[in-house]
Write a protein that binds this ligand. Sequence first.
Ligand SMILES: Nc1ncnc2c1ncn2[C@@H]1O[C@H](COP(=O)(O)OP(=O)(O)OP(=O)(O)O)[C@@H](O)[C@H]1O
Ligand SMILES: [Mg+2]
Length: 376
Amino acid sequence: MERLYLKNYRNIKEEDLAFNPTLNLFIGKNAQGKTNLLESIYLMGTGSSHRTKSDQDLIDWDADYFFLKASIIKRTREMTFSYGYNKSKKEIKIDNNPLQKIGDLMGYINVVLFSPEDLQMVKGSPAFRRRFLNLEISQVNPYYYHNLQKYNQVVRQRNLLLKEIRANYAERKKKRDLLSVWDQQLVDLGSRLIKKRLEVIERLDILARLTHRKITDGRENLKMEYKSVLGAIEEQTSREEIEIIFAERLKEDVDNEINRGSTLYGPHLDDIELFINEVNVRQFGSQGQQRTTALALKISELEFMKSEIGEYPILLLDDVFSELDSLRKSHLLEVIRDKIQTFITSTDADAVNEIQSKYNLYSVTEGQVELSKGSD
Ligand SMILES: Nc1ncnc2c1ncn2[C@@H]1O[C@H](COP(=O)(O)OP(=O)(O)OP(=O)(O)O)[C@@H](O)[C@H]1O
Ligand SMILES: [Mg+2]
């Protein structure tokens, strides 16, 4: 990203920033606006904030709209992206042309965010890992994103119908026929999502293992496995086979689903399992192992995107750099050095000192961002 203009974005009143093509450091005390700034870059890339679902939260409390405009150079051509929201209306434009749907924003400015909460990808509930995977694939594959939106809608509709059937015994038979219409869509879309996830996990698994091995001097072997609530699904399972298994499960367990009023099978409930030397990291990994795993996953994400779209995404490191020990830090630096545009926030200027010769250093104070050292 070459430039970013922000107006009334959270506590940032107005800034027009020109970035370093490699490294940008934002230093400031707590609650000054560092994460807000990274969040705005993330928003321009993914169309949603990582911290809130509501655009309303992003408007400066003293204002009634916010506006962001970013410019990037994509294969030697300059492109501009703008994102504006005023209490009733959102407007997103690429090169001044309004977009019909937010999904169309995906795939231009690719971003990878690494923040302390990412430890949850390893330690937390399956929802964190599904989110990681969905976001990762959606950024490089708009078709996946599209299917995912449709799938989620089908799950919502189907859940409503299951509850209706539960409530209305007399019409049970008639409504059950309706259910099979949703089942077909669920199975069709769901099997596509699962198949794509299997393909991507296979790639991420290799990339993450390589990184993890390097950071641990070859002592640890990381493994990622897709774990479906459908049961027996493996890398080589074809989409047709997934469809059959999926439909079968729905048939077997329909009474249970009606009782619970909820769809109990499908990719919206699947998970990724992580092992180090065959031992489950979530259950048995040490803190250090869990951190290294999170870092390896993030680096695999960068490499995966590079191989998919031909260039590295923007890397946003929110508050994590100073937390890493020297071995992990130096490994990360080796990966990003001079080839990945990186934005780092920290409260401590010393923690990020001397990391490379060319960088922009900004100080962030009460929503004001000031360039205090620049080189290019
Ligand atoms: N919509 C908003 N309007 C105005 N201020 C906001 C809005 N949303 C959040 N803030 C404020 O912005 C301030 C800065 O938040 P931010 O998360 O960017 O801090 P930070 O510099 O990353 O701090 P830390 O080092 O603690 O992570 C917070 O005090 C928060 O209350
Ligand atoms: Mg912060």
